[in-house]
Design a protein around this ligand. Structure first.
Ligand SMILES: [Mn+2]
Length: 304
């Protein structure tokens, strides 16, 4: 019987989980989810249509359903098949101590590194090779921002390749790469070329974004607000951190229907701001849905 995985589509961590599942199980069906709301909708119809009966196991990785959906899962027979693997601080309280959750309060973990540990423990990852282990480690360094402290560019360039190839392209690319015999995880000449092309494009776009950024000071907190492509939210926040010229970045990404919040100066928590818009995430980085209500609230508060 195949396994099913619902994962976060937005970054190397969420896609990394799908890569792991494809390495460990013969038959995998995956569903990409933008955010918790999207996951809820997709899980709801998955339960209602009884599609889950076709699967042996159902993994939910790098995202956690809302409390309402969790209630629905727990009171349905699907619960016997569900495993939730998540590391977002906001979600952990909801699923702490639950049998169906495989989590770790240690924020140095990402979903892929947790899933890797889970697959090892349950005997599903039988012969892990060194290259896979290194790939998981790089994903973890990237996802937890730890790469920053050691300036690990190999980890950072996973994101660069993710942007260049897109989620599905990244998935297929690394599945192929991991299938090849190698001693260490190393970027090929072709990958280096793709990385350099992407870095150049990103630099141009970033200059453009910086020019369009609007600043607004409210109660001694300086907000930077901009509309931009979803993929560039973290690169812009990194750039703003270097110059430290605002406290919070509010990044409106129409292409992903999300608003991202990033704590730039550390003066105020991004999660705190996101909660005003029914969002979630971490202290440093959080997000909410881009729905008309949230967009109007933001325009009224910061852009008028
Ligand atoms: Mn993650």
């Amino acid at each position: 019987m195949p396994v099913k995985i619902f994962s976060h589509q937005a970054d190397p961590d969420g896609i990394g989980c799908i890569i792991l599942s494809k390495i460990c199980f013969d038959e995998v069906d995956y569903t990409l989810c933008k955010n918790i709301t999207d996951l809820d909708i997709k899980l709801d119809s998955f339960i209602n249509s009884k599609e889950y009966l076709n699967y042996e196991k159902i993994f939910i990785t790098d995202l956690c359903p809302s409390v309402n959906l969790l209630d629905k899962i727990v009171s349905n027979e699907i619960i016997d098949k569900v495993v939730i693997i998540d590391h977002h601080v906001f979600n952990l309280e909801k699923i702490q101590d639950k049998d169906y959750a495989f989590i770790n309060i240690d924020l140095k973990e990402c979903a892929m590194s947790l899933f890797y540990e889970y697959l090892r423990k349950t005997g599903n990852l039988i012969l892990p090779n060194k290259v896979l282990k290194e790939f998981v480690l790089l994903t973890k360094l990237h996802d937890t921002w730890e790469w920053k402290t050691t300036n690990n560019l190999d980890a950072y360039h996973l994101e660069t390749l993710f942007h260049k190839l897109g989620a599905i392209g990244y998935l297929n690319h690394f599945l192929d790469k991991l299938n090849m015999v190698a001693i260490h995880f190393k970027y090929s000449e072709e990958e280096k070329k793709l990385i350099n092309e992407q870095l150049k494009d990103e630099e141009d776009y970033l200059n453009n974004l910086t020019k369009r950024l609007i600043y607004k000071k409210i109660a001694n907190i300086k907000y930077g607000i901009v509309y931009g492509l979803y993929n560039y939210r973290n690169i812009l926040s990194e750039k703003l951190r270097e110059s430290n010229n605002c406290d919070i970045l509010i990044y409106i990404a129409v292409d992903n229907e999300t608003i991202s919040f990033r704590s730039i100066s550390g003066k105020i928590s991004a999660l705190e701001v996101a909660l005003e818009y029914h969002g979630g995430g971490h202290e440093q980085s959080a997000s909410c849905n881009l729905n008309p209500e949230n967009e109007h609230k933001i325009i009224k508060k910061y852009l008028s």
